[in-house]
Design a protein around this ligand. Structure first.
Ligand SMILES: [Zn+2]
Length: 74
């Protein structure tokens, strides 16, 4: 868990942090090889957000670095 995530867990009511974690886990950055990693697993938070953001990341499965679109997968 990242420092950012620990900070939110400390300051927000637990019902909010559960919702925040659940939602952050639904936002997946998926590589062209098919490997997907959630925003939460990358140490980030995405909550009450819309749109299709992206992030620069290295895929742990195939090792390729590039821009990945982050999409909400439920
Ligand atoms: Zn990959």
């Amino acid at each position: 868990m990242s420092a950012l995530q620990r900070f939110f867990i400390r300051v927000l009511p637990s019902a909010w942090t559960r919702s925040m974690e659940a939602e952050s886990r639904q936002w997946i950055a998926r590589c062209e090889c098919g490997h997907g990693q959630s925003v939460w697993d990358m140490g980030g938070i995405r909550w009450k957000a819309r749109g299709t953001p992206g992030c620069w990341m290295r895929c742990p499965a195939c090792g390729k670095t590039g821009w990945r679109a982050i999409r909400k997968e439920t």
